[in-house]
Design a protein around this ligand. Structure first.
Ligand code: ATP
Length: 432
């Protein structure tokens, strides 16, 4: 099984690079461990994920406020939040080959994953990246790249309350980069040092904690379904007392069957009043006519892990004649390209001209539309299948006389002829 799983990861990584989803970071200089660069299709996929998140958790609601806080934050934030003291992983070094590992990810505790040598005593390694701000070289100038987007939300709690006077319960949401100096970045974009997170801090009265936790639990599961994740590979794990993060009173991890094991995809945590207490922030409860410290439920998601889980959920192969065809069966709303438009032959100006009109019409309607006249039609279909384009539209000689086009379905390979004027509605209907 391990072999097939390794092969699947190789196929996905190679497809991502070949077709322009994800490239190794700083590649022409030998790369930089734990960093990846997203190409045009990867950006489109990430944008679809982020748009879906924003629509579900921000714009369709009237109790959510979105912020975009600075990545560089005052060192005091991270002292107050507990990250300076406790945002650590256990680091061990092999006494033989000197390689370093995160102790809790070793295949066998005490034994080097690489050479089998004995690993030494674990020490706590802080995962925050620090840097100096300005020209002054003293400790007051130390700042950190945020290791989570959550604190950017908490430090703006008072601003949001003062500007918008929200009533409890309400949420503050943020999408943005976070940085973690992971000891062993690995498994492609699963464990990286530069992460994009989508987080909500939902502020509630303490008595409502259980109800709200259940509500957000359901919201997370429905979001996973809406994105088109393979739900048979999606699992919920209640995190036990000893294993929770320092701030959490209750956590459920949502895990996914990656080829390298069942691992965390999202987290849902009940942070109590830990953060607002630490930052000495309060809220005037008009109902109770008193100052209270709201409690917090936090659904937290990583965009990079979602990209990988979606690629794995969508990847499929079938055989057509002699040939093995690989395709990505994304939900149309998630596909980086909604449809590709081609003239049957690229050396026939009348076909190209007509195809350009159809392309312009669809592009202005859907944006994510690709012009594709490279190679023969078969090759174009293979290429579009591989990047998960749900529909290929071909303009041929019949189009010139009856204004109909061929539309080919990615998953079944079947083709239909429909009127050019019906194209937009046809696609719109299937997109929603
Ligand atoms: P792990 O146990 O895998 O290190 P975590 O519990 O530290 O993850 P959280 O602090 O809960 O992760 O972060 C919230 C989300 O951010 C995770 O569910 C995950 O999707 C994403 N995330 C965290 N660390 C990384 C990373 N190094 N690379 C990619 N995504 C990450």
């Amino acid at each position: 099984m391990e072999n097939n799983d390794d092969k699947l990861m190789e196929k996905i990584i190679s497809l991502c690079k070949r077709r322009g989803f994800v490239y190794p970071g700083s590649e022409i200089y030998g790369g930089l461990a734990g960093t990846w660069d997203y190409g045009p299709l990867g950006v489109a996929l990430k944008n679809n994920i982020k748009d879906a998140w924003r629509k579900k958790f921000v714009s369709s609601r009237n109790d959510m406020y979105e912020v975009d806080a600075a990545i560089l934050m005052n060192g005091e934030v991270w002292k107050a939040s507990g990250h300076v003291d406790t945002f650590t992983d256990p680091l061990v070094e092999c006494t033989k080959c000197k390689k370093r590992f995160r102790e809790d990810t070793l295949k066998v505790k005490g034994k080097c994953d690489d050479c089998g040598g004995v690993t030494g005593e674990a020490r706590q390694f802080n995962m925050m990246f620090s840097t100096k701000i300005g020209a002054v070289e003293d400790s007051a100038a130390t700042v950190y790249l945020r290791p989570e987007t959550a604190q950017g939300i908490f430090v703006n709690f008072k601003n949001i309350v003062d500007s918008f006077h929200p009533k409890l319960p309400f949420g503050i949401a943020q999408i943005g980069k976070a940085f973690r100096n992971e000891i062993t970045p690995r498994d492609f974009i699963f464990r990286v040092r530069e992460i994009e997170q989508m987080e909500v801090e939902y502020f509630i009265r303490e008595d409502d904690a259980d109800k709200s936790f259940t509500y957000w639990h359901e919201e997370i599961v429905s979001f996973a379904e809406e994105l088109g994740l393979d739900m048979a590979s999606f699992h919920e794990v209640i995190v036990g007392d000893g294993d929770r993060a320092h701030y959490s009173k209750r956590t459920t991890d949502f895990e996914f069957d990656f080829p390298f094991g069942q691992k965390e995809l999202f987290g849902l945590a009940y942070r109590g009043s830990f953060d607002l207490n630490n930052h000495k922030l309060e809220y005037i409860d008009e109902e109770a006519k008193e100052k209270i410290t709201p409690h917090v439920i936090e659904p937290s998601m990583g965009v990079d892990r979602l990209v990988l889980a979606l690629m794995l959920s969508a990847y499929a192969e079938d055989t057509q004649g002699e040939e093995v065809r690989s395709y990505l069966k994304f939900k149309p709303s998630m596909a980086p390209v909604v449809c590709a438009v081609s003239p049957l032959l690229k050396n026939k100006p009348e076909l190209v001209e007509k195809a350009r009109v159809v392309y312009g019409m669809l592009k202005s309607e859907f944006g994510r539309v690709m012009w594709d006249d490279n190679g023969n039609i078969g090759k174009r279909y293979r290429r579009q299948d591989e990047i998960g384009t749900p529909w290929c539209i071909v303009i041929d000689f019949d189009t010139l006389t009856d204004d109909t086009v061929t539309i080919r379905d990615r998953d079944t390979g079947s083709q239909e002829r429909i009127a050019k004027l019906e194209l937009v509605d046809y696609i719109k209907e299937r997109l929603s």
